[in-house]
Design a protein. Structure first.
Length: 494
């Protein structure tokens, strides 16, 4: 089989199938595998040595990597007799801004993901003294922090939305601000201001959020004077788009009106049965973890298809619950309650990191700090399990619970029930644990949002109605575990 692109999704497919004996060929236009994680994620966040090590584990499974070979035609690829094709080429095109001054000042305006790639490959070594980064996603945060390290004395992030609505992860925004990079919100780009092609500033319109009659959020001008921010360079990081000029439409692969392939969301299969998509190429830009998940699911589909099985027939993930009880007051996990605050990950000195784009910022925990942080774990994988017919309704668990998260009350509609608990359950996104049918016609109701997993309820219970059980989840992977056994013999490399 063939993987187009050597990013996280393709590498996951290769890892899952090569280990089963499949002959896997990975094509990529770059010299090294890794895709987006190698070309767009700055080295101060992810050192290249780490990428080399992780990619090496996969390549050492027998994967054939054809570097520097960009697939130019899906039609031609389909004629080469491959049993399956996985497309994991990412969303390689950054969105641009078509506003006055864009063409005239083009030499000083760059698309964020292209600029990051140029920095990664060593094509760009410095930026202007005053830099504006447009956009509120993680790419914008990478751009601004990279610019700060390449000579940008004044780096400003400008976003059209509010701070809380920005798509960047909270810790990414926090890290940028920690490095002295201001984030200005509710400003919409109006024009690039230049003098004979030399960029000198940007003009922005002030806006405010408002909910219309249909409940949709919109941004309306405030009527205040426009804002000008001086700059020498601008990095545009306002989103990414998929681009498939190499996939001819006559191949039978259909696309929707947004230019994305029409896929089965569960199997990742396209309208051509042996062609699958994953990562940003499948459903648009998300993140690395989503790309890896897509790769695992696509590998299951490919494995089942090549074994002559229905790829829609997929085993559910396996779940196992194991009691952690070792004695009357003893558990196989640490259940002490602590009020210790979270330890922050140590950073390298700013004087060092801000002067070298390749110096990793986060140092990680040393042994002692790691142990202290691990001791704060609330053991969310250890669940309280209630057995209805063992309960004698003594309410001992209610008395001992330090968080008042257990109640014995008359059952009812959820909205009403939440208000009648010992401590009202106000987090509507967290389901209640309800066991109805006790002898007094009451129900046991537990608010999981408050539980510390301390096990005191199980220790106090005189009948063993409460138990602490460890939850294990095993996802479905390609291989014998995903097959029904009713298909064809496995097709492997000779």
């Amino acid at each position: 089989m063939v993987c187009v692109g050597a990013g996280p999704a393709s590498l996951t497919v290769a890892r899952d199938l090569a280990a089963l004996g499949y002959e896997v060929i990975v094509y990529d236009g770059e010299a090294k595998a890794g895709g987006f994680i190698r070309t767009q994620i700055p080295r101060f966040r992810l050192p290249e040595s780490v990428i080399d090590e992780e990619v090496g584990y996969i390549m050492n499974l027998g994967v054939e990597f054809r570097s520097g070979q960009r697939i130019e035609s899906m039609r031609e690829l389909l004629t080469q007799g491959h049993d399956a094709i996985f497309v994991g080429c990412g969303a390689p095109r950054g969105r641009d801004l078509d506003i006055p001054g864009r063409v005239e000042a083009a030499a000083h305006i760059h698309i964020g993901i292209d600029w990051l790639a140029s920095v990664s490959f060593g094509h760009i070594h410095q930026v202007g003294r005053r830099v504006i980064v447009l956009g509120g996603g993680n790419t914008a945060m990478d751009c601004c922090r990279s610019a700060r390290r390449m000579g940008g004395e004044s780096v400003t992030v400008v976003v059209r939305s509010g701070f809380d609505e920005m798509k960047a992860s909270p810790w990414e925004k926090e890290d940028a601000q920690h490095e002295g990079i201001p984030i200005r919100n509710y400003l919409v780009p109006v024009a690039f201001i230049h003098i004979e092609g030399q960029l000198c500033a940007m003009q922005f319109q002030k806006v405010r959020p408002e909910i219309d009659a249909n409940g949709r959020r919109q941004l309306l001008p405030t009527g205040e004077p426009d804002v000008e921010i001086d700059c020498d360079e601008v990095l545009i990081a306002v989103g990414q788009e998929n681009a498939f000029p190499w996939i001819e439409r006559e191949t039978g692969i259909e696309f929707d009106r947004w230019g994305l392939p029409k896929l089965d969301p569960k199997t990742h299969q396209s309208t051509v049965p042996k062609v699958f998509f994953g990562g940003d190429a499948a459903f648009g830009p998300k993140n690395i973890i989503w790309a890896v998940a897509h790769g695992h699911e696509a590998a299951v589909s490919i494995d089942k298809m090549l074994n002559g099985e229905d790829i829609q027939d997929r085993p559910l993930p396996a779940t196992v619950m194991i009691s952690q009880k070792m004695g009357i007051h003893e558990w196989s996990y640490g259940n002490d309650i602590t009020n210790a605050a979270r330890n922050k990950v140590p950073w390298a000195p700013a004087a060092l990191t801000l002067n070298n784009i390749k110096v990793e910022v986060e140092l990680g925990f040393d042994h002692d700090l790691a142990m202290k942080e691990a001791e704060r774990c609330l053991n969310c994988d250890v669940q309280t399990v209630f057995t209805l017919d063992k309960c004698i309704e003594c309410d001992a668990c209610v008395d001992i619970c330090p968080m008042d998260c257990i109640s014995f009350v008359a059952n009812g509609e959820e909205a009403d029930l939440r208000q009648r608990l010992t401590a009202p359950a106000l987090n509507l996104t967290q389901d209640l644990y309800v066991a109805d049918g006790l002898k007094t016609n009451r129900a046991m109701v537990k608010d999981e949002d408050l539980c510390l997993h301390c096990g005191l309820c199980a220790e106090r219970c005189p009948t063993g109605a409460w138990d602490m059980q460890k939850f294990l989840l095993e996802m479905t992977h390609a291989g014998p575990g995903c097959r029904s056994g009713a298909g064809l013999p496995l097709k492997v490399a000779a």
